[in-house]
Design a protein around this ligand. Structure first.
Ligand code: ADP
Ligand code: MG
Length: 321
C-alpha cells in the first residue's frame, strides 16, 4: 500500500467535485476566493490512543474529524469551501481501515457540501494520526468573532448541552443507563452536528459567536475575556435533552457535567435584546432550538445562578463523578 496508490484509490475520488483540487494530480490545489469574500481557515489534528481508540468504526473517526472543523467554520459564520487532509499512517494500519475512513469522509462531504482539495500522506513511526484543514468563506469583514459581545446582550445556545459529555462517560463505562438513552448520548459524542446552516444565518444578528467544545462555562468565559465583559447565566434555563434531564434529576451534582463537560459542538452566541425576536424564525428555518440562558454584563467572568437567583459554585474543566 504505497502513498501514490492510496491517494489515487481512496482520496482522489473525494476531490473530483472540487475543480481546484486538480484531482490531486498536481503539487498543490488552487483555491478561488469569491469576489468580496474572505477565507476562514481552521485545523484540527487527531491521533490514535489520544483522540480515538483505534478499534472503532473508521468512518466515525473520519466524520468526527471533519465535523469538528466544520463546527469551527460554523462558529465564524463561514460557508464550507474545501478541506485538506494529512494522513499519517502507522506501521500496522490496515488498508481496510483507510478505505472505511474514506467512506466516512465521502458521506459527510455530501451531507455538508464540502470537498477534499489536497493533503499529504506519510508513514510515521508513531501512532496513526490525521489532520484536517478546513477552508470556508464569509463576506469580507463579516466573520463572527468572540470579541464583539455588548453589555445587555442575551446569551443563546443551539440544541441541547451536556449530551456529548455524558455520551463520553457512557462510552467509558462510567455511567450505566438504559440502552436507548445510552445510544442517543453516545451518538451525540461520536457524531456531533456542526451548525453549518445556523452559523451562516447569524450574520447581522449575533454580536459574538463560538462553538461549545470545551464546556459551556469555560467557552463562555472565552467570549467574556475576548469582549472584556462578564456573563450571568441561569442554570435552569440551559436546554438539556430528556436523557440528561433524567440523569441530573437523579443526581443534581451531575449538573456540573452539563455546565463543565465539552464536546457538544453547539453554537454559543450573544444577541442584542432588540434583535432577539428574530431568532424564533431562524430556529424554525434551521430546525434547531435556540435558547436564551443569560445575559452579558460589565465586569468579568461567568456567574451561574439557580432558579432562586442564588449563585452556584460551578466546577470547571474535566469532571469525574
Ligand atoms: P509532495 O510530494 O509534495 O508531498 P504529494 O506527491 O504527496 O506531494 O501529493 C500529490 C498530490 O496529492 C497533491 O495535490 C496533494 O495535495 C495530494 N495529496 C496527497 N495526500 C493526500 C491526502 N491524504 N488527501 C488529499 N490529497 C492528498
Ligand atoms: Mg507528500
Amino acid at each position: 500500500m504505497d502513498e501514490f496508490s492510496l491517494i489515487k484509490k481512496y482520496f482522489a475520488p473525494l476531490a473530483v467535485a472540487y475543480g481546484g483540487s486538480l484531482n490531486l494530480t498536481d503539487d498543490a490545489a488552487i483555491v478561488d476566493v469569491p469576489v468580496g469574500k474572505q477565507l476562514v481557515i481552521t485545523k484540527d489534528a487527531i491521533s490514535a490512543g489520544q483522540h480515538f481508540i483505534g478499534n472503532e468504526d473508521a468512518a466515525l473517526v473520519a466524520k468526527k474529524l471533519l465535523r469538528v472543523n466544520l463546527s469551527d467554520l460554523a462558529s465564524m459564520g463561514a460557508a464550507p469551501l474545501c478541506y485538506f487532509l494529512a494522513v499519517m499512517l502507522s506501521k500496522d494500519t490496515e488498508e481496510s481501515w483507510v478505505a472505511r475512513f474514506a467512506e466516512g469522509l465521502k458521506e459527510d462531504q455530501q451531507r455538508y457540501g464540502i470537498s477534499l482539495a489536497g493533503g499529504d500522506t506519510i508513514a510515521v513511526n508513531g501512532a496513526l494520526s490525521f489532520s484536517v484543514t478546513a477552508v470556508g468563506s464569509v463576506d469580507s469583514g463579516k466573520a463572527l468573532r468572540r470579541s464583539n459581545a455588548k453589555v445587555g446582550d442575551k446569551i443563546y445556545v443551539s440544541g441541547t448541552i451536556g449530551d456529548g459529555a455524558f455520551g463520553l462517560r457512557v462510552l467509558q463505562h462510567e455511567l450505566h443507563i438504559a440502552r436507548e438513552e445510552a445510544h442517543f448520548l453516545e451518538q451525540r459524542y461520536l457524531l456531533p452536528e456542526p451548525r453549518t446552516a445556523l452559523g451562516q444565518k447569524l450574520h447581522g444578528i449575533a454580536n459574538a459567536c463560538m462553538d461549545v467544545s470545551d464546556g459551556l462555562v469555560q467557552d463562555l468565559s472565552h467570549i467574556c475575556s475576548a469582549s472584556k465583559l462578564g456573563a450571568d447565566i441561569h442554570r435552569h434555563l440551559i436546554p438539556i435533552s430528556k436523557p440528561v434531564r433524567t440523569l441530573v434529576e437523579e443526581k443534581p451534582k451531575r449538573w456540573d457535567v452539563v455546565t463543565g463537560g465539552g464536546d457538544d459542538y453547539e453554537l454559543l452566541f450573544t444577541v442584542s435584546p432588540a434583535k432577539s425576536s428574530l431568532l424564533a424564525a431562524i430556529a424554525n428555518e434551521v430546525g434547531i432550538a435556540l435558547t436564551c440562558i443569560g445575559e452579558m454584563r460589565a465586569g468579568e467572568g461567568v456567574s451561574v445562578f439557580d432558579e432562586n437567583k442564588k449563585p452556584l459554585a460551578v466546577a470547571k474543566g474535566f469532571l469525574h463523578f
